[in-house]
Design a protein around this ligand. Structure first.
Ligand SMILES: C[S@@+](CC[C@H](N)C(=O)[O-])C[C@H]1O[C@@H](n2cnc3c(N)ncnc32)[C@H](O)[C@@H]1O
Length: 343
């Protein structure tokens, strides 16, 4: 019986290759490398690089094959995809039949992970159902673009206990931000579908060419960075001839997404003839308030916390202990006061 390995090769960085994937490559007699046209040469190149670097089996050979281009959707998206898959199934069938011995082992190298927006498994199921050639199937998982995105932004995908929805640019445009998903990850978006949500208060973590030396990352409030992402995306696409990008969308909520705002102001006047030294604890930052001057101590943070500010005065020293989670800025006549030399 022929054996087929469907190997996830990671999302653009050869270092994404797992030990299982490397071993899989070396078990195969034939490595099938798809060629998706001149614009996606870089992607075929990465597959070749991976083979050059990891294949040590002297008996293995590579077979490159053209992948037909999908027709523009006409009446039905599903019908167009169905026709396209049928055409690829025919190619897969002849590759398996013509390139593999009866007991041979072949490997398909799949971008990212075979389970995520990839049709290889579905198409191989079609080939099996056509019953012209028999084979056993084994799937080896890979690092997805989603994992690469989360890692590059050093963020968790889900909010505590919340679901994550994985969707496409087309569905995001049609359906908007899903109400019941804490976070949404969007793939396959050629048209900056996030623009359709520009009026919503959302945070975006965007990444293009993830895992590659050309990786670009942008994050922030969608309203602040949406136009920037669109511009960077278009420039990069024009320069390289192709782009792959993925993003995470969610309502602001994690502490790091919340903007700091003014949560409390303390007004203090030094009516004495001598400067008064203010020490902001627990940091120990020191400021000098000249005689007869009024200072505003503004506390910035994300919430009022317990709201209690403790103030202790000695002759010419004011020790101030704000509550947790805030940081201070001091102003005299609306100009920020610089820290004084520590004593
Ligand atoms: C056909 S899907 C394949 C997904 C792949 N199977 C995976 O596990 O990541 C292609 C989409 O994946 C995303 N993608 C794949 N590789 C990427 C990368 N290196 N950087 C950014 N997005 C990527 C993009 O949204 C792209 O449109």
């Amino acid at each position: 019986m022929r054996k087929l390995l469907v190997i996830g090769i990671g999302a653009g960085n050869p270092d994404h290759m797992t030990v299982q994937a490397i071993n899989g490559l070396n078990r195969a007699d034939v490595l099938f490398i798809p060629d998706k046209g001149a614009k996606k040469n870089d992607l075929a190149d990465l597959r070749r690089q991976i083979c050059d670097r990891f294949v040590t089996n002297p008996k293995s050979r590579r077979v490159e094959f053209d992948v037909p281009v999908r027709a523009e959707p006409t009446s039905s998206y599903r019908v167009t995809v169905d026709d396209w898959h049928e055409a690829i199934a025919e190619i897969y069938e002849s590759l398996i039949r013509d390139e593999l011995a009866e007991d041979g082992c072949g490997a398909f190298l799949i971008w990212g992970d075979p389970s995520l927006y990839d049709s290889a498994l579905r198409i191989l199921e079609r080939v099996r159902l056509r019953a012209n050639v028999g084979f056993e199937l084994e799937v080896i998982p890979g690092i997805t673009a989603i994992q690469a995105l989360a890692a590059s932004h050093a963020t968790a995908l889900n909010r505590i206990g919340d679901p994550v929805l994985i969707t496409t640019g087309r569905r995001l445009t049609e359906e908007g931000m899903p109400q019941n998903a804490g976070s949404a990850v969007v793939l396959l978006d050629g048209k900056c579908a996030f623009n359709t949500l520009a009026d919503q208060d959302l945070v975006v973590h965007w990444g293009a060419y993830l895992g590659t030396p050309d990786e670009i990352l942008v994050s922030g409030r969608l309203g602040d960075v949406g136009a920037k992402i669109e511009r960077i995306r278009e420039e990069a696409r024009r320069k390289k001839g192709w782009i792959m990008d993925t993003y995470l969308l969610r309502e602001p909520g994690e502490p790091e997404d919340q903007p700091n705002r003014l949560v409390q102001t303390i007004q203090y006047k030094n009516s004495s003839e001598r400067p008064v030294r203010i020490v902001m604890e627990p940091w120990g930052e020191q400021y000098l308030v000249p005689p007869h001057k009024e200072v505003q101590i503004r506390l910035f943070g994300q919430s009022l916390g317990n709201g209690t500010v403790e103030i202790e005065q000695t002759e010419d020293l004011l020790l101030i202990w704000p509550f947790k989670g805030v940081f201070p800025r001091l102003y005299i006549d609306d100009r920020e006061l610089m820290q004084a030399k520590q004593i």
